[in-house]
Design a protein around this ligand. Structure first.
Ligand code: RAM
Length: 350
């Protein structure tokens, strides 16, 4: 169906030309009309917010893949982490018929559903990356790493850092972010399923820094003020990580932090011992994989169904598999642990 709509849309200009020629200005039969130059496909990346360094790294990979493919990349995103602003962007792109595929990192999965469904109905290939949209609003999702693994390793890391005993704060991004919420649900499961191991480990209620430096700083200060016996902070947001690191650096040593951070930003805190280790994956590769997937969907090489195989440039062949939310996904790999041994190598990359 996607195909049919897309091809019909492509044929429309030709039909119009042919109909307008029927009147009198007939093209001489011995002069063949020049063949139209094929237009390169246009793929848009819509991020959660435009200045987040993680989002900029995703676009770096997205643009690089588009160059290899011969596609035109577009970088879109709101100035604040709101679903409303993302909906406006999607509606504008659909209304202008200006893109062939949209890859979106959702600020709210439910809120984006109507606009993304309208995009697909208009023949645009839709996929999500980083923070997923609902299965019914996408053709597939680019999954950075197993959400279960991410949630469990973060709790296990904090547990090891404080020898299993004491209070641990949790600063997330926005309350509607599907990726952070899923990771947090696995953090809680890790504790629930291992009551003996975590008997002296107290995870405090989640605070939201909204992926904003000031709000994340406030959340960290609030935790420190409210709990003089705080031992550690976990933050599954790169913006939150930098904010927490800066707060802890200006205080007497005592509280450690871990989470999902950019090596380029967190390296000084790994070296100082404030962040003994942390995790992430390559955000450039996420964007790169998203662009190749957008291309495979647009050219009908895949439909986004389980079992589909696609070429992904330097990442090789990738597979569409079933996702925990009932939709499908394409997995990048495992979360990477960054500590004093490898941080120096990666801080120059992302
Ligand atoms: C934040 C964003 C993003 C997340 C990273 C780890 O900047 O919320 O969605 O994947 O952190």
């Amino acid at each position: 169906m996607q195909n049919l709509i897309r091809h019909a849309a492509r044929l429309l200009p030709w039909l119009l030309i042919l109909t307008s020629c029927r009147g009198g200005d007939a093209i001489p039969t011995d002069t063949p009309a020049p063949a139209p130059t094929p237009k390169p496909p246009v793929y848009a990346l819509i991020v959660k917010e435009k200045t987040n360094p993680y989002m900029l790294k995703m676009y770096e990979g997205f643009a690089a893949a588009c160059e290899e493919i011969g596609a035109v990349p577009i970088f879109e995103g709101p100035d604040a982490y709101t679903a409303d602003a993302q909906i406006q962007i999607i509606e504008h792109l659909v209304g202008a018929h200006s893109v062939d595929a949209i890859a979106v990192a959702a600020n709210d999965a439910d809120a984006l559903e109507p606009s993304l469904q309208a995009a697909m109905a208009a023949g645009i290939s839709v996929l999500s990356l980083d923070s997923s949209v609902n299965p019914s609003s996408r053709m597939t999702h680019i999954q950075q790493a197993s959400p279960e693994l991410i949630g469990r390793v973060l709790i296990q890391a904090a547990w090891s850092m404080i020898d299993g005993r004491g209070k641990v704060g949790l600063i997330s991004s926005t309350p509607h972010a599907t990726n952070q919420n899923l990771w947090i649900s696995w953090m809680l499961k890790e504790i629930e399923e291992n009551p003996l191991k975590y008997r002296d480990f107290e995870l405090l209620p989640v605070l939201y820094g909204d992926d904003e430096p000031d709000k994340s700083t406030e959340a960290a200060l609030l935790l420190l003020r409210a709990h003089s016996d705080l031992k550690a902070i976990i933050t599954p947001s790169v913006v939150g990580m930098l904010a927490v690191g800066r707060v802890l650096k200006n205080r007497p040593f005592g509280v450690v932090f871990t989470g999902l951070g950019l090596p380029s930003e967190i390296a000084p805190f790994v070296r100082s011992g404030h962040c003994p280790w942390m995790y992430l994956w390559n955000p450039i590769d996420i964007g790169y994989l998203a662009a190749w997937s957008a291309h495979a969907l647009h050219t009908d090489e895949i439909t986004g169904a389980v079992g589909d195989i696609l070429p992904a440039g330097r990442l090789g062949q990738r597979f569409v598999t079933v996702s925990a939310d009932g939709g499908t996904e394409i997995l990048l790999g495992d979360p990477v642990k960054f500590d004093s041994n490898n941080i120096g190598e990666w801080e120059l990359v992302y």
